[in-house]
Design a binder for this molecule. Structure first.
Ligand code: ADP
Length: 626
């Protein structure tokens, strides 16, 4: 009995988009169907590992594409796991695939920004069949089910589908596309199908056969031949794989429409034999979620796909890397628990980590533009490594990029370049945390650095503040906050100045009770005052970050020191007034306003802006009247 059901709402939207052919690359449906068929075969191989009789002697793994010019159908069949009725409804009636959900969101964005061409860049799996077919029938029999337990699913992609029982003599799935008239010319031609398979699936480990009619001497018969090389791409020699093949494979394994930034393909030996084919994305792939626990390459053991995401093979701070690791030396029945403690896996992971870090370093030096984009989107993840991978700390530090005081905007520098350009007398690496380059540049703390052409790295990524405690030094050079270190070539405050200002400085604590201390400083050139934190204390920037994250509660107020420029006319004038009229209210007002201005200059908020405005206006008024 046939039962008609409605697609879930968001799937209807998706189908509408697909059938209204906003898609430019119609041919990708074939890639999606072959890839589903191959996945199904891989699952069947896996399911039957310890239950060989499940296969009922049908181990002749193959994907078959049958073109039927009489019926105008294109059928993709496999002898994989198949689906039960519930699975059919779940898998083909709802959006099961996370990429498809992301697709919907992206396509809405693309439409909103009037760029429908962008939509064609995303894969939408099974449903892309409706780009070329006005009716799709799926006949499937689950592994272990009987002939009579097969299911037939049919839809015209308009909003409903029907399911009914049917029979299928063997395990597996047929996806039958009733081609739209305009698609027939392209997709009923054996030559065209051959070309597409070569392009999309040549590297697939499962064989793909083409079945089509040939007419010889007025006699029509069916012909079948294998059309892919079915040598898994990662098992082939590097020299035999073209860039296009790597790119195509990456699209499938990485679920990314972009080409990869870097391909890592090698075989390891020694403790075990293994093949690695990994890809570093150019940017954050569209389905990439920051804390998705499902990461890591696919793991193959003895030609069987054991895990789609083997997190044990990769440290979490490199989780954006995608690809395949094939290790025939592992036991086929490896479970999660075994993986965690397996010595071979641990060694492979170590090896892979080294290779990925090396590839990133290469990318950084050979294609700085590409790397910059990569780092701006995924660098935060790489930086997590500073806290967890002590062994590679310096290598990870070498991958970091920073805006800097002397560097141009958007032309970041790194530790090595910074140190390379340091003057002889400079010993430390200076840094300043700020929300942005702009905020950093406005900081009065930098005045002395600017005057002496000493560079300061800007730590503008919030993550930087949290890894800073783990980065005490780089190649023997201490990392020092710009407001704390000793600036080479800075004249000291003279003893005369110290004497002239001594009492005045003492008074500041009374005027501004929140301050730890007031002291003189020569780091300022133009500004009368700035705020700094005492050594070992967190910076103002860090405080602001914590506040924004709601994590500042219960923390002691940071110790803040005001540094005054003894050579600034305003500070001098204050001191002069202090000497003649120490209790003048003008002094308190000036001290308060100066502190507020210094607070603003470091990018923080003043406590009471209204009060500050009042004070400034009345001071200006007094100025006008005098
Ligand atoms: P994806 O393959 O990316 O998960 P699809 O929309 O292409 O998304 O397919 C949805 C689901 O339908 C698959 O995850 C799989 O469970 C099932 N499926 C599709 N094709 C087949 C097939 N040939 N054999 C068995 N299951 C299939």
């Amino acid at each position: 009995m046939s039962e008609t059901k409605e697609f879930k709402a968001e799937l209807k939207q998706l189908l509408h988009l697909i059938t209204h052919s906003l898609y430019s690359d119609k041919e990708i449906f074939l890639r999606e169907l072959i890839s589903n068929a191959s996945d199904a075969i891989n699952k069947a191989k896996f399911d039957s590992l310890d239950k060989n009789d499940l296969l009922q002697n049908d181990k002749d793994w193959r994907i078959t594409i049958r073109v039927d010019k009489d019926l105008n159908t294109l059928t993709v069949s496999d002898n994989g796991v198949g689906m039960s009725q519930e699975e059919v409804i779940q898998n083909l009636g709802t959006i099961a695939h996370s990429g498809t959900k992301a697709f919907l969101e992206r396509s809405k964005e693309a439409l909103a920004s009037n760029r429908p061409d962008l939509i064609g860049q995303f894969g939408v799996g099974f449903y892309s069949s409706f780009m070329v077919a006005d009716k799709v029938t799926v006949i499937t029999r689950r592994i272990g089910a009987t002939e009579a337990e097969a299911v037939s699913w049919t839809s015209d992609g308009q909003g409903t589908y029907s399911v009914e029982s049917t029979t299928r003599p063997r395990r597996g799935t047929d996806v039958i596309l009733h081609l739209k008239e305009e698609a027939r010319e392209d997709f009923l031609e054996p030559g065209a199908i051959r070309g597409l398979v070569r392009k999309f699936s040549d590297f697939l480990e499962n064989p793909v056969f083409l079945e089509h009619q040939v007419t010889e001497k007025d006699e029509t018969k069916w012909e079948s031949s294998q059309i892919n090389s079915s040598k898994a791409i990662w098992l082939r020699a590097k020299s035999e794989v073209t860039t296009e093949e790597y790119n195509e494979f990456y699209k499938q394994v990485g679920n990314d429409f972009e080409t990869p930034a870097k391909v890592i393909h090698y075989s390891g030996e020694g403790f075990a034999e293994f093949r690695v084919l990994l890809f570093i994305p150019k940017q954050r792939p569209y389905d990439f979620e920051f804390y998705d626990p499902k990461y890591g390459p696919k793991l193959y053991v003895q030609r069987v796909l054991i895990q789609d995401h083997c997190a044990e093979l990769i440290p979490p701070y490199l989780r954006f890397v995608r690809g395949v690791v094939d290790c025939p030396d592992l036991p086929l029945n490896v479970s999660r628990e075994i993986l965690q403690d397996n010595v071979i896996i641990q060694k492979i992971r170590k090896d892979i980590t080294k290779e990925i870090l090396k590839a990133l370093k290469d990318l950084k030096s050979s294609e700085p533009e590409v790397y910059r984009k990569f780092f701006s989107e995924l660098g935060q993840i790489v930086k997590e490594g500073i806290r967890i991978d002590f062994e590679h700390k310096e290598r990870i530090m070498d991958l970091m990029l920073f805006e800097s005081l002397l560097g141009e905007a958007e032309k970041p520098t790194d530790f090595a370049e910074y140190v390379g350009k340091m003057a002889l007398e400079q010993k430390d690496i200076f840094h300043l945390g700020a929300e942005s380059r702009q905020v950093a540049l406005a900081s009065p703390v930098l005045e002395a650095f600017r005057k002496r052409s000493i560079n300061v790295l800007f730590l503008t990524d919030p993550v930087d503040q949290f890894i800073l405690p783990y980065m005490n030094e780089y190649k023997g050079r201490k990392l020092v906050a710009a407001d704390q270190g000793e600036i080479p070539g800075l004249e000291a405050v003279t003893s005369e100045e110290e004497a002239t200002y001594a009492e005045f400085l003492d008074k500041w604590k009374e005027w501004i009770p929140g301050l730890t201390k007031a002291r003189l400083s020569t780091r300022l050139e133009e500004s009368p005052a700035c705020l700094v934190s005492s050594e070992g204390q967190s910076s103002a920037h860090m405080e602001r970050l914590l506040k924004r994250m709601g994590r500042s509660e219960g923390m002691p107020a940071p110790e803040r020191i005001v540094e005054l420029n003894p050579r600034h006319p305003f500070v001098k004038a204050m001191n002069d007034l202090f000497k003649t009229d120490p209790s003048s209210s003008k002094l308190i007002d000036s001290a308060k306003v100066l502190t507020d201005l210094a607070t603003m200059a470091e990018g923080s908020r003043v406590e009471d802006p209204t009060l500050m405005v009042k004070r400034v206006v009345s001071m200006m008024e007094a100025g006008l009247r005098s």
